[in-house]
Design a binder for this molecule. Structure first.
Ligand SMILES: NC(=O)C1=CN([C@@H]2O[C@H](COP(=O)(O)OP(=O)(O)OC[C@H]3O[C@@H](n4cnc5c(N)ncnc54)[C@H](OP(=O)(O)O)[C@@H]3O)[C@@H](O)[C@H]2O)C=CC1
Ligand SMILES: O=C(O)C1=N[C@H](C(=O)O)C[C@H](O)C1
Length: 269
């Protein structure tokens, strides 16, 4: 069996490290390249140096060098980095697995456009558990559509730069869709001062940042006389890395198209 030749963007980042470690332990995958942004301190070093190992793959900022032997690019970086990689991958038919969060509408549109030229899985959370939780939320929202106030609470490590998390926003979208609401119209992202009473049609978001929290998400359905909480807690980033590799395997027979983890995990209704 030919291995999946995978390059990693953000090779020096938290997700980059766990992805490189996971690929080196995965028989059907081969580390085929490693990228980081120009100016990154790790450029030129072996991509597995942080493990005390030699992978034979140096970290590059030049996309042509870093992607020369790659069929897939797994990208967990920042929107501006992903969008630069996207243009190159679309042009060269390199399939992408995009885990980066924090895109604006124009960024999401650019990903959809690139998927006409190459195959892409784009998902704010690649863990199996979160994607199953999204299904539970869909069901709960339909059953609790009247008389329950909905609040999404997320907590992440002190280094996270975007808020609310991509996963929290996805949870809000899934719930809003199930209720026939538009998240853009009903989301409340912050409260301070005299806010007035809660609008029952709103979906509230609360963000906590601190320490080394990998990623916790809870959706609270608060009714009269009872509360339902649906929670997912990540204790290791390895679950995201395994999801990203499942996404790469899923793309093996796809030439173009935009997919999400529902497609990868066969969770579509
Ligand atoms: N979909 C999912 O399942 C998950 C998604 N994420 C998302 O993945 C992203 C990365 O998270 P994490 O690994 O914790 O972040 P880190 O900050 O640890 O890593 C980001 C990496 O991307 C590099 N980078 C930053 N800017 C650019 C750029 N403009 N071009 C190229 N590379 C760049 C950084 O380089 P340098 O350090 O030199 O700046 C670093 O190597 C976030 O958006 C996060 O929300 C995270 C976990 C799971
Ligand atoms: O930045 C992180 O760490 C994470 N980001 C993703 C998000 O924004 O939802 C996924 C996970 O929660 C970890």
């Amino acid at each position: 069996m030919n291995p999946l030749n995978i390059a990693i963007a953000g090779a020096g980042g938290r997700m980059g490290h766990i992805l490189i470690e996971t690929i080196l332990q995965t028989p059907d995958a081969r580390l085929a390249g490693a990228l980081d942004r120009a100016g990154s301190p790790g450029l030129g070093a072996d991509a597995a140096a942080f493990l005390g190992q030699a992978s034979g793959v140096a970290i590059e900022s030049d996309l042509a060098k870093g992607l020369a032997g790659a069929q897939y690019l797994i990208d967990f970086t920042r929107p501006e980095g992903t969008l630069a990689h996207l243009a190159y991958c679309a042009e060269h038919g390199i399939k992408m697995i995009i885990g980066t969060t924090g895109f604006d509408e124009a960024g999401k549109a650019a990903i959809a456009a690139a998927a006409k030229k190459t195959a892409i899985v784009f998902a704010p959370n690649m863990s199996v558990g979160v994607n199953v939780t999204l299904k539970l939320l869909q069901q709960a929202a339909k059953a609790l559509s009247v008389g329950y106030d909905i609040e999404v609470i997320e907590a992440h490590h002190r280094h996270k730069v975007d808020a609310p998390s991509g996963t929290a926003l996805k949870m809000g979208e899934v719930i809003a869709d199930a209720l026939g609401r538009d998240l853009k119209q009903c989301a409340v992202y912050a409260r301070e001062g005299v806010t007035g009473e809660r609008d029952p049609s709103s979906i509230g978001f609360a963000t906590i940042r601190g320490g080394d929290i990998v990623g916790d998400h809870t959706v609270l359905f608060a009714g009269t006389g009872e509360r339902i909480e649906i929670s997912h807690k990540s204790s290791s980033r390895v679950t995201y890395a395994h999801g990203a590799l499942r996404a790469a395997r899923f793309l093996a027979d796809k030439a173009t198209g935009l997919y999400d983890m529902n497609d990868v995990l066969s969770l579509n209704d």
